[in-house]
Design a protein around this ligand. Structure first.
Ligand code: GLU
Length: 460
């Protein structure tokens, strides 16, 4: 008998753009699902006041950027009927009760409790309301919100990352499941969905540990088998501050705009602060195999943008042509595999491949670095000795040897002025490989531009 595949989900609220910490949660779910499970994208979009269509679009773009394709997608805003029926069940069983306190009243009660040394836990006073009390409150214009009556005692689970966990439910307030405007709240909708969609594994940030105690109690009340939970450590900024969706700087969107490689972001977000070293990977599947072995640390992990940029460059250097060909095409970079193999080791971002393509086949950059005027004689000689076409990878060696023989220049004194004249840049791809793309005509123009005489096409 084969085991049923595990079902994972990523459940962002589209109330901001996803950041690197959200990416950690996304990947720790989506990657194991690639190894024989199913992956659900669930949009937790019940907070109508904060949800915006551009954030929904942003989440889709981010998944697309990583190359993650969900097996299913759901939006909580379209599932109200399911929440309503679960609500009725809990209500019929007396597990939920209406309460009428305003946010200000609740806040005052919490402050009072703290001041008198009691934990700021809701005292269940609404449970004592009679029918007549409730009618009177409603006559005042108050509408009820609905609380779930937590069980007594402690609740425990074996956390996939943190080991055995136990929380005393008496230390928690009965959670509000439905707001006074009728909106269902996350702690409830998430449980109803996880049960209804057959989710077997929930991997999420440590900030949800307490929710898990409440949600396990809800699963029990709904007589649903709970998923296995695992809570990972959180990522922070370099200063140790928590990430928030409102703080754009570490958003996936901004990293994308900066040209950071998606595969590097995936590796960074999933491996930082874990038992596995942060390292470049060749594909999401390769990363999934590493993530399957990792254990997140208990301490938060600090994001280091310099480390991320270095990982991005290394990732790029290792990418085979097939992995980038469509992106190169979109950037207008030609030259096929030969150009990619030549250029990749020099790139910090893929966008730089387009700059090199332009240098090779169109023109030098505007801020090109020019050779020292002292090298005019050397450059004139190089122009005079330019071999006839066709040019291939052997051309540079033959040409530079001839220039060396004619001028006596060697090593850096020979190569650097020519590199600057031909590419406008003090370093870059191997000239032997770049030269065939530049070609004779452009090479001669460039040499002429810095003092070399044009040579007629027939001269040697
Ligand atoms: N919408 C919740 C969040 O973004 C989902 C938490 C969960 O995975 O249950 O934090």
């Amino acid at each position: 008998m084969s085991a049923r595949p595990d079902v994972y989900r990523f459940a962002p609220s589209p109330t901001g753009y996803l950041h690197l910490g959200n990416a950690r949660t996304l990947l720790l779910n989506a990657l194991p699902a690639r190894q024989g499970g199913r992956f659900i994208l669930r949009l937790d979009d019940t907070d109508a006041a904060r949800v915006r269509p551009e954030f929904v679009e942003g989440i889709r773009e981010d998944l697309d950027w990583f190359g993650i394709v969900p097996d299913e997608e759901h939006s909580q805003s379209e599932r109200t009927a399911i929440y309503q029926s679960a609500f009725e069940r809990l209500r019929a069983e007396g597990r939920i009760y209406p309460a009428y306190e305003t946010p200000e009243e609740l806040d005052r009660a919490r402050r009072l409790a703290r001041a008198s040394g009691r934990p700021p836990v809701y005292d269940r006073r609404a449970l004592k309301l009679t029918e007549a009390d409730r009618a009177a409150l409603e006559a005042e214009g108050r509408r009820p919100h609905w609380r779930f009556r937590l069980s007594d005692g402690r609740i425990g689970w074996e956390d996939g990352f943190r080991g055995a966990q136990e929380i005393d439910l008496a230390s928690l307030s009965d959670p509000i499941l439905v707001r006074d405007d009728g909106a269902f709240l996350y702690v409830f909708t998430s449980v109803v969905d996880d049960a209804d969609l057959g989710v077997t594994r929930v991997i999420r940030g440590e900030d949800h540990v307490t929710n898990t105690a409440v949600q396990l109690d809800l699963f029990a009340a709904l007589r649903s088998r709970p998923p296995a939970f695992a809570h990972h450590n959180l990522l922070t900024t370099a200063d140790g501050e928590g990430l928030s969706k409102r703080q754009g700087s570490l958003s996936l969107r901004s990293l994308r705009e900066e040209g950071v490689e998606p595969l590097a972001v995936a590796a960074y977000a999933s491996l930082i602060g874990s038992s596995e070293a942060v390292r470049p990977v060749a594909s999401l599947d390769a990363l999934a195999a590493i993530v399957a072995e990792e254990r997140p640390s208990r301490a938060p992990a600090r994001i280091d943008s310099v480390e991320l940029a270095a990982l991005s460059a290394k990732t790029l250097h290792g990418l085979p042509f097939e992995a980038v060909s469509s992106r190169l095409e979109a950037l207008g970079v030609g030259g096929g595999e030969a150009f990619w193999e030549m250029v990749r080791g020099n790139l910090a971002t893929l966008g730089e491949a387009a700059e090199w393509w332009r240098i090779a086949t169109v023109a030098l950059k505007e801020n090109a670095e020019r050779p020292d005027p002292d090298s005019a004689a050397l450059i004139a000689e190089a122009a005079r000795l330019a071999p006839l076409e066709p040019w291939d990878e052997t051309t540079w060696k033959a040409w530079s040897s001839a220039v060396s023989a004619a001028t006596g220049a060697k090593g850096r004194a020979l190569f650097q002025p020519l590199r600057l004249a031909l590419t406008g840049w003090p370093h870059g791809p191997e000239l032997a490989k770049l030269l065939p793309f530049i070609g004779r005509e452009r090479s001669l123009e460039r040499l002429k531009g810095v003092g070399g005489e044009p040579a007629p096409a027939t001269s040697r």
